[in-house]
Design a binder for this molecule. Structure first.
Ligand code: ZN
Ligand code: ZN
Length: 359
């Protein structure tokens, strides 16, 4: 974890921030290793202090040996008072906080405890930017989560029948991932049969999968805090002519995007690689979401591969892991989406997902 704190300190220095209070759980875990649900991490140029309560102090000392741990006790030694104590000890006159991850009520309580002598300064995206490029340890965990996901999909897809319901299929996939070693699902599994698949994020219900129609399955394992993400569209029995045409289109658009992804490519241009092809076939309006998103300690994180309102976007960088998931959705018929995770390499990208695709 030390190299991550080192990178954060460099980022803070670049932004002229003397210290950062980290409250987003994923950011806290990334920097310290601590996986508990409650805690705040204070990082200064010389110190890293984790505040948590009695449920987690033992876990914190095991998981986060590089930081010092201070125990919050409610009532008596509440977090705002402990933070004010630490700020005084460390001589902080200004403290940045994560504006996207703190409620107004929390902010008010901290401001009251810190008093006029310590300025609270909003900061956004500091740790998130570091997290976009994965290190070796993160990549190893992601590869394992992806392998569990691929194996579960492959094993369950063979057992699905037209009379299996969406809900049953989702449960079979969840069980297969858990038995395969997942800590949990990365997000509620989507199994959307026929017209239900026209909503990109449908909820599984009692609808049978049926024969001859598209079935969109979107799933992922969570392992060690990291999230896999995979979509396959399958069909049981003989598909209609439209299925063949649209499946080929989405698959080609995905292949085109994968072939074009490389460091330096602006994220919105990555989106265009697939979108232009789908639009040229007349289905641009039916591809209503971005091409992809980063995955890691959150299921959706940077980079965001989508259209840009300003015409500019940050370039892709080696070490980023992103989904590539074009789709076409037709109301009354259903959807086709194919999603793989890829790693941006020094000269292109490596497809990490291995679950089989049709044709
Ligand atoms: Zn997905
Ligand atoms: Zn996704």
């Amino acid at each position: 974890m030390d190299h991550r704190l080192t990178r954060l300190r460099a980022a803070l220095a670049e932004r002229a921030l003397p210290a950062l209070l980290v409250s987003a759980p994923a950011n806290r875990r990334y920097l310290s290793g601590f996986s508990g649900s409650y805690g705040y991490l204070l990082v200064t140029p010389a110190e890293a202090v984790l505040f948590t309560d009695g449920r987690y102090t033992l876990r914190a000392s095991r998981e986060a040996p590089a930081v010092s741990v201070r125990q919050v006790v409610n009532p008596g030694r509440p977090f705002p008072a402990l933070l004010a104590e630490a700020a005084a000890e460390l001589g902080l006159a200004s403290l940045a906080f994560e504006a996207a991850h703190m409620s107004v009520a929390e902010h008010n309580a901290l401001a009251a405890a810190l008093g006029a002598g310590v300025e609270l300064a909003p900061a956004e995206g500091v740790v998130e930017a570091l997290r976009e490029q994965k290190d070796a340890e993160e990549l190893a965990t992601l590869r394992r989560a992806i392998a569990i996901t691929d194996a579960a999909f492959t094993a369950v897809a063979e057992r699905l029948a037209p009379e299996t319901t969406e809900r049953e299929a989702a449960w079979m996939l969840e069980v297969a991932m858990r038995v395969g070693g997942a800590d949990d699902v990365a997000f509620p599994i989507i199994v959307a049969a026929g017209p239900n698949g026209a909503q990109p994020h449908a909820t599984p219900g009692d609808e049978p999968l049926g024969a001859g129609r598209p079935i969109v399955i979107d799933m992922g394992a969570r392992l060690g805090g990291y999230h896999a993400d995979l979509t396959r569209t399958i069909v049981l029995g003989e598909p209609d002519a439209r299925f063949g045409e649209l499946y080929a289109l989405v698959r080609e658009a995905q292949a085109r995007a994968v072939a074009g992804l490389r460091p330096g490519l602006p994220a919105h241009e990555a989106d265009a690689l697939a979108r232009d092809q789908i639009a040229a076939a007349g289905y641009g309006e039916q591809f209503g979401h971005g091409l992809g998103h980063g995955v890691g300690l959150n299921i959706h994180e940077g980079p965001s591969l989508r259209r840009s309102a300003t015409g500019t976007s940050a370039p892709l960088r080696p070490g980023m892991v992103t989904s590539v998931e074009p789709g076409v959705y037709l109301e009354g018929w259903g959807g086709i989406r194919i999603e793989d995770l890829v790693l941006i390499t020094e000269d292109g990208c490596e497809v990490l997902s291995r679950a089989p695709k049709l044709g």
